[in-house]
Design a protein around this ligand. Sequence first.
Ligand SMILES: [Zn+2]
Length: 325
Amino acid sequence: VSAGQQHGAPLAIGIDLGGSQVRAALIDRAGKVLKRSAVATEAAAGPDIVIEQLCAVAGEVGEGIDRSQLAGIGVAAPGPLDSETGVVLGIPTIAGFVDFPLAERLTSRLATPVTLENDGIAAALGEWRFGAGQGHKHLVYVTVSTGIGGGIISDGRVLRGRKGMAGHIGHMTIVRDGALCACGNRGCWEAYGSGTALAQRAQARSKTAPGTVLADGRIVDARGVFDAERLGDRLARELVAEEASILGVGIVSLLHLYSPEVVILGGGLAHAFDALYPGIASHVAEAAMPAFRDAAIVRAALTGNSGLIGAASMVFDAVPATTRA
Ligand SMILES: [Zn+2]
């Protein structure tokens, strides 16, 4: 935590740099969102423009707030990034963010100390402090949307690893020589279990499945698959069952690796948690070693705000009296 931070200040700003949206929120020490702002990410425009967007949303939620009230600003961004130095190492979905000193650039532009964290870890932190992970010492947060990411709380602390890069759980290899992943490797969990992968399977299979509502020529996305599943569409039901089983495969590995009390599912596909849960649970019941099977699998409580709230809450860490864990 940088010097100059306002110790004991009641408010913090969280910024979430996402591939589709740049968002900011003003939160208090109880994790309550008091104000928010969002804008579509200019993902192809380069870092200078995106920095302006980050400053604009932060400025909007911080407007009228006295500096003495603000503990600082926490930023969540896609990895890999080095949270010790505040340098983004490379964001595949946003142009120009390669070895980019994001924390330093924002600190100087906003004249406020900025702390940078991987978005998966920030979301794990948010759920641990204020959401579905409250009261636990060991949890794994899994976000499933266009990709798969996550973060781990183990023994009552955040697992960061070298350069703060631990927890890229989407890039666990689940199939040797398997499907090509956005990271360049083959067979990653993300290449099979992400919403993107689900949508691609739906598009490919809808061409040959008779009678499916997914086959009317439109672009099918993950949400469309779950909508069709609710209508009883046969192909959609198969795809959802398969997706649940793929998620189960990764979750079984996470149970064996980290022995969490709870696995928290967030991201876009968490909206379909009820449809996915039975398949995930049944795979865990079959494949996890018996002693691991009683870990809970739950939906994220802060929905789309886990990372934003977690990022903001990081800046409260410097104050022992209010550190919750
Ligand atoms: Zn990968």
